[in-house]
Design a protein around this ligand. Structure first.
Ligand SMILES: *Cc1c(COP(=O)(O)O)cnc(C)c1O
Length: 368
């Protein structure tokens, strides 16, 4: 098995040069407008709105769905703090829902128990690029009358039963931070079929100017979370490479999983039925004792991974939230037992061979 070389980057320089020659331009909208048109087209939604980060996309999306003081939003405990911070910033309360270790999907029984009269939305997170069961999500949301806001920050390129991640809910949120598959250094965008959500998000990212039709410009407190022109140019050039970027990530993940196939106590987590996974992170179930210490050891040895390098823990156990009466055990089990290797576009076959070698050695030391 060999890994194809990374795709050509000359187009990035060309778009950056074009953006630079137009600067300073207070209107700075040419690349942004093109990016939004093409992103909407790529995701199959009516609108895309570019913002300064994935966090900002979630913030604008939640605001556009009317989430505010006194509302509750169901969020998987199996996520990063960036999903939850915008819920709290709007004065709403995140209610953490457990996940099913067999599928990584939301535990809908737990979710149903946590719905009450204040619940306004469910925020599924396609962590590591994995999408859950879309039928179950749609049935749950419609039964309880909830908006669906997708955190698809890691999921661009994943398709399940013909539906792209970020194109399933009322609104989909993406990050273009440089660790994601589609990157611009920093940045994000949201996708939606609702003209009203798009107009709200465009106002929200720029201190309510332009205002939605019929409203007063600057008439509401909002944010500055515009995407800077040079980053919009990078985002556009990378969007043109998106099929290549997704294919490369898939190839890298296949390559590493293939190299680790015979390693005892590690087994690849297969995608769901009908899921065309983007391969965001090679995912391995760790059957060894002390799996978290194992992941931390790998991080120290130079294999970056979600738990070992970034201390990913269930969000309900983070210190800024009240101590949960019933912690989300499924989420904890998933995070304790999953090795999620962090990849980047530039990782070569040599990088992945080194990762495989370090992982195999670490297992050999632990296996009696
Ligand atoms: C990266 C990420 C975010 C936040 O995106 P930023 O661009 O860093 O603000 C949110 N949710 C998930 C799942 C992410 O991976």
């Amino acid at each position: 098995m060999t890994l194809p070389p990374p795709s050509d980057r000359d187009s990035l320089l060309a778009e950056m040069t074009a953006a630079l020659s137009a600067m300073p331009d207070p209107a700075a909208c040419e690349h942004l407008r093109l990016f939004e048109d093409e992103a909407a087209h790529a995701l199959g939604t009516a609108h895309a709105v570019a913002v300064s980060s994935g966090t900002a996309a979630l913030h604008a999306a939640l605001s556009a769905c009317g989430i505010g003081q006194g509302d509750e939003v169901l969020v998987p405990a199996l996520t990063v703090i960036m999903t939850v911070a915008p819920v709290c910033a709007l004065g709403a309360t995140p209610v953490f829902v457990d996940s099913d270790p067999a599928t990584l999907d939301l535990d809908y029984e737990d979710a149903a128990r946590k719905v009450n009269a204040r619940t306004r939305a469910v925020l599924p997170v396609h962590l590591w690029g994995r999408m859950g069961d879309l039928g179950a999500l749609a049935a749950f949301a419609s039964e309880h009358g909830l908006a669906v806001i997708e955190d698809a920050a890691q999921a661009i390129g994943t398709v399940r039963i013909g539906r792209p991640a970020g194109g399933v809910g009322t609104v989909g949120c993406f990050s273009m931070k440089d660790g994601k598959i589609l990157w611009s250094g920093e940045g994000g965008f949201l996708t939606t079929d609702s003209g009203q959500v798009a107009e709200h998000a465009r106002a929200f990212r720029s201190h309510w100017q332009p205002a939605p039709p019929g409203e007063v410009p600057l008439g509401r407190l909002a944010t500055n979370s515009r995407l800077a022109a040079p980053l919009a140019a990078l985002a556009l050039a990378n969007l043109h490479r998106l099929p290549d970027l997704v294919e490369r990530r898939r190839a890298q993940t296949r390559y590493l999983l293939n190299a680790l196939e015979q390693v005892p106590g590690l087994s690849a987590l297969a995608p769901g039925a009908g899921e065309e996974w983007n391969g965001f992170s090679p995912l391995l179930h760790i059957a060894h004792p002390s799996p978290r210490a194992f992941a931390e050891h790998l991080a120290q040895q130079g294999v970056p991974n979600s738990t070992g390098s970034f201390r990913l823990v269930p969000c309900d156990t983070r210190p800024m939230f009240p101590r949960p009466q019933q912690p989300c055990r499924g989420a904890a089990e998933i995070l304790n037992r999953t090795l999620a290797v962090v990849l980047a576009e530039g990782d070569t076959q040599a990088t992945l061979d080194r990762y495989a070698d370090i992982i195999a050695r670490a297992v050999a030391v632990r296996t009696p």
